[in-house]
Design a binder for this molecule. Structure first.
Ligand code: LER
Ligand code: MN
Length: 272
């Protein structure tokens, strides 16, 4: 069954970024639950930033799951990436993500590799960067498998990475890995920039799609841009998608309205 989720950022340095809630886990859980979401997606500053017991208590109290955990703080706070020219920095990026995987796994949540994939350029060729990315996804995918969770790889639009920008290319890349534990994140905002046809891209991803960032064309909440949701939802149903649709959107005009717009759109298509 497809679940609904909403993002919460605990990373001050990411202010202005596309996350719905910003005022801590207790606030996010209370609002998410009141609106009827199934889960929260957490963007944490470090692997040990969240108290395990406290989060477990909030989830229990509000009847929520953790849909996924982001790893982008490694980039935002420490400038780390999996394709850094410096081997020691690449190693640090893998260590940081390993520890975020461990944090998420305590809540059965997969970690997302988005901005941590980095980009090629300077002394690093595209081929070299893709090789490093592939090697890192192998290691991280195995690490996640050992903890009983998937690893999620997110292709980003051309302004955020020059490595892989679309779902069909990501599907090709991921299916050539020897680990079978990596899934693709279909972020509708990035796809709206890069894909010729969003529904076709979802079909190309097929069973490899493991998470969706549910957002409008302008990265505002669903319903506040010009995205056509009917063919996207039809494609997700056709591939038997059973993960989360997670609101990774700007808190505009405010967090609560963005969350409400998302859950309204979700209910319109997935009334149970
Ligand atoms: C970044 O643009 C993004 O979409 C995030 O989900 C990944 O860091
Ligand atoms: Mn995203």
């Amino acid at each position: 069954m497809i679940g609904s989720a909403v993002t919460v950022s605990l990373v001050e340095e990411a202010r202005g970024g596309p996350f719905v809630f910003w005022d801590g886990l207790a606030d996010a859980c209370q609002r998410a639950s009141m609106l009827g979401f199934d889960a929260i997606e957490i963007f944490a500053p470090s692997p040990d930033a969240v108290d395990r017991e406290e989060l477990a208590g909030l989830l229990e109290q509000h009847g929520l799951q953790v849909a996924a955990v982001g790893t982008g703080a490694g980039m935002v706070k420490h400038g780390l990436s999996l394709t850094d020219a410096n081997e020691q920095r690449r190693r640090q990026a893998i260590d940081f993500i390993d520890r975020i995987i461990d944090f998420g796994a305590q809540f059965q949540a997969p970690a997302i590799i988005g901005s941590m994939q980095g980009r090629w350029g300077g002394s690093v060729s595209r081929e070299t960067a893709l090789n490093w990315l592939g090697e890192a996804l192998e290691l991280l995918g195995q690490h996640a498998a050992a903890r009983g969770v998937r690893l999620i790889y997110e292709p980003l639009n051309r302004y955020e990475t020059n490595l892989i920008n679309d779902i069909p290319t990501a599907a090709d890349f991921v299916s050539n890995l020897s680990t079978d534990n990596v899934r693709i994140l279909a972020d509708l905002f990035h796809m709206n920039i890069e894909e010729a046809d969003l529904a076709e891209a979802i079909h190309a991803g097929g069973e490899l799609i493991g998470h969706v960032h549910f957002v409008d064309s302008n990265r505002r909440a669903t319903g506040l841009g010009h995205m056509e949701y009917a063919p996207i939802v039809a494609a997700l149903k056709e591939i038997n998608y059973d993960g989360y649709l997670s609101a990774e959107a700007f808190p505009l005009p405010d967090s609560m309205t963005a969350a409400e717009m998302t859950i309204d759109m979700f209910k319109q298509y997935f009334e149970r």
